[in-house]
Structures are given as structure tokens and as C-alpha cells.
Write a protein that binds this ligand. Structure first.
Ligand code: 5GP
Length: 346
């Protein structure tokens, strides 16, 4: 047994210090980014915020709504092949939508068939496992990259620099970072495993950027300021589940509870999801997700404007004319526990 004594930080442990700025209005801030991917050599331009590949959030409707504003989505993996093929065939060339998959033989075969049908309309994949430290995951990435040299791969999840480097050297373009921070995730509680998300971003970002790779911070954002902190800490993309849940574009019915309109949102490893897709929780597993009832929030457009407004505001406070400059201009200050309560971020 060993104890690491270094301080590790979550979003709630810091604030961004304001800096002298010549910007006079948020409208002067450009929050789009351009990337050339290290391994696929693909080119990206857009607002680097991605809807999570959860079955309630990563829907076709969400992807269309977000792409209309320059954002992206990772589709959930439970759509059938004809639906996926139809969606990608109709996708505008400038839209960034990730095809999501796990690492089983069935996942691979399904991808191969859909991709054979639609060709380069699928330019982005999200290869997603709860634990990105296993040999089977690494082997899958290697095989996938060899077969599809030009597909941009986002893969994870990991939380440490050495594994980020390994994945990038194996062919991943965007390493997905986050174990345990998700709003409906119970991994920290059930397994005692995890890593404070801001420190994971800082450490993995540093490792990835040293090799010309990128990272996507996945999980733990509960308000626009958390996205500003993620970008300020070095995230190239930010993935959101809970913040995009509860909208018109999400899957699931709107229910009436005590006169209020509510929507169900659950983790992909929750009992609800496992009952739906895996015939229940397997014998040696425990559920590592929970279900919550959220207020229904109408079309996602309002939330998008709120998020972009918050990120623009952060850029204005530190004098970053472009999102690209935010991390260079960010100084985090650590806040005491009482301050977290004042800011409602505990
Ligand atoms: P959020 O933005 O809601 O805080 O986090 C979304 C992320 O939580 C997802 O992209 C995914 O990585 C993670 N996640 C989704 N469902 C589950 C689950 O059931 N268990 C765990 N451990 N993580 C989950």
C-alpha cells in the first residue's frame, strides 16, 4: 500500500482569478476551436462541447440540435444498424457526431457493417469503457486503429498521464478523461475508485499535449462555470451528460409528479440501464449508476445559450479573446470549504 500525498482538485475546489483585459464585450470572444488530429490527420472546427453517449442524452435529435449550434454529440450505442446508417447518411459534412461503441466482437462487427454502408460519413468514433486500464481495451484500440487509419478516435476513460500517453501512442486522437465524477455515477461510492476531475484534466492534458494529442473531460460539470474551469485546466473538449439531460431532444417520457413535469435520467451502469439492455445486473457486478428525476427543461437551445454565455464570460474575465487562450490565461485559486457552500458548488 502507498499513499500519494499530492493535493488533487475537483471543480468545486477552485475559482478562476480575474485578470486585466481589453475585451469590452462577451460578443468579442470566439469560443470555437480548430484541431488537426494527431493520428487520423482529420480536421475539426467547432465549439468543443459534446453530449454524452448515454441513451437518454446521446440521441439523434440531440445531435441535430447541438450540431446546429456548432457543438457535437456522441450517439448512444443502442440504436440499430438501419437507424444509424440512415442518420449518418443524412449528416451534414461539417457536423461532428461520434459513433459510440464498446469493445466486444459484436460491437466491432456492428460498426464494420454500418461503416461499410455509409463510408466516410462516420468520421468520428467514441470507444468507451468504464475502465480504460484493461489489456482488452488497449488491444481493441490497436486493432481498430490498424483497420481504420483515418477515423478520428476518442477513447477512454482514464485519469492518469501515463495511460493517456499510451493511448495516444496506440492511435487515439482524443483521450476521454474521467472516472467517478459523473452526476449519476456511483463508482466512487461502490468501488472506492476515482480521481478528482480537475486534477485529472490538468495531468492528462499535459501528457496528451506533449505528444500532440487531445483530451475530452468527461463528467462532473454541473454548471457553465465548471466547463470554464475544465477548459481553463487544459481540456480540449468537454462532455456533458446531466447538463444536457431533461430536454425535449432527450429520450424518455415526460412524467407528471406533484403537478411538475419531470424526466428520468440514469447512469449507463445503473440498474435501470442494465435491466433495459443486459437483462438485469450480472451475478458478479454491482450497479455503478443511479437514477434521478429531473425537471423537464424544454428545448436544449436555451441551455446551450446559457453554457456558451458562461464560457464567454469566463474568457472575458481573464482577457481571452479566443477559447484557445483560456488555459494560458487561467490562474486557479483554491477556495476554502466554506466558500464552496457560498457558491453553491459543494
Ligand atoms: P455528467 O455530465 O452527467 O456529470 O457525466 C456524464 C458521464 O458520466 C458520462 O459521459 C459517462 O462517462 C459517465 N457515466 C454515465 N453513466 C454512468 C454510470 O452508470 N456509472 C458511471 N460510473 N459513470 C457513468
Amino acid at each position: 500500500m502507498r499513499i500519494e500525498e499530492d493535493l488533487k482538485l475537483d471543480f468545486k475546489d477552485v475559482l478562476i482569478r480575474p485578470k486585466r483585459s481589453t475585451l469590452t464585450s462577451r460578443s468579442e470572444v470566439d469560443i470555437s476551436r480548430q484541431y488537426a488530429f494527431r493520428n487520423s490527420a482529420g480536421k475539426y472546427r467547432g465549439i468543443p462541447i459534446i453530449a454524452a453517449n448515454m441513451d437518454t442524452v446521446g440521441t439523434f435529435e440531440m445531435a441535430r440540435a447541438l450540431c446546429a449550434h456548432g457543438l457535437s454529440a456522441a450517439l448512444h450505442k443502442h440504436y440499430d444498424e438501419p437507424a444509424l446508417a440512415g442518420f449518418f447518411r443524412g449528416l451534414a459534412a461539417e457536423a461532428t457526431v461520434f459513433y459510440s461503441m464498446g469493445i466486444t466482437g459484436a460491437d466491432y462487427d456492428k460498426f464494420r457493417r454500418v461503416r461499410d454502408e455509409v463510408g466516410e460519413a462516420i468520421a468520428y468514433v467514441c470507444i468507451d469503457v468504464a475502465n480504460g486500464y484493461t489489456k482488452s481495451f488497449v488491444d481493441f484500440i490497436e486493432k481498430f486503429r490498424t483497420t481504420y487509419p483515418k477515423v478520428t478516435i476518442m477513447a477512454g476513460n482514464v485519469v492518469t498521464g501515463e495511460m493517456t500517453e499510451e493511448l495516444i501512442l496506440l492511435g487515439v486522437d482524443i483521450v476521454k478523461v474521467g472516472i467517478g465524477p459523473g452526476s449519476v455515477c456511483t463508482t466512487r461510492k461502490m468501488a472506492g475508485v476515482g480521481y478528482p476531475q480537475l486534477s485529472a484534466i490538468i495531468e492528462c492534458g499535459d501528457a496528451a499535449h506533449g505528444l500532440g494529442g487531445l483530451i475530452c473531460s468527461d463528467g462532473g460539470c454541473t454548471a457553465p462555470g465548471d466547463l470554464a474551469k475544465a477548459f481553463g485546466g487544459g481540456a480540449d473538449f468537454v462532455m456533458l451528460g446531466g447538463m444536457f439531460a431533461g430536454h425535449e431532444e432527450c429520450a424518455g417520457d415526460v412524467e407528471e409528479h406533484g403537478g411538475m413535469r419531470k424526466v428520468r435520467f440514469y447512469g449507463m451502469s445503473s440498474r435501470t440501464a442494465m435491466d433495459k439492455y443486459a437483462g438485469g445486473v450480472g451475478r458478479y457486478r454491482a450497479s455503478e449508476g443511479r437514477e434521478v428525476l429531473l425537471d423537464y427543461r424544454g428545448p436544449v437551445e436555451g441551455t446551450v445559450q446559457e453554457i456558451l454565455g458562461g464560457v464567454r464570460s469566463a474568457c472575458t474575465y481573464v482577457g481571452a479573446r479566443r477559447l484557445k487562450e483560456l488555459s494560458k490565461r487561467t490562474t486557479f485559486i483554491r477556495v476554502a470549504r466554506q466558500m464552496n457552500e457560498v457558491f453553491g458548488a459543494a
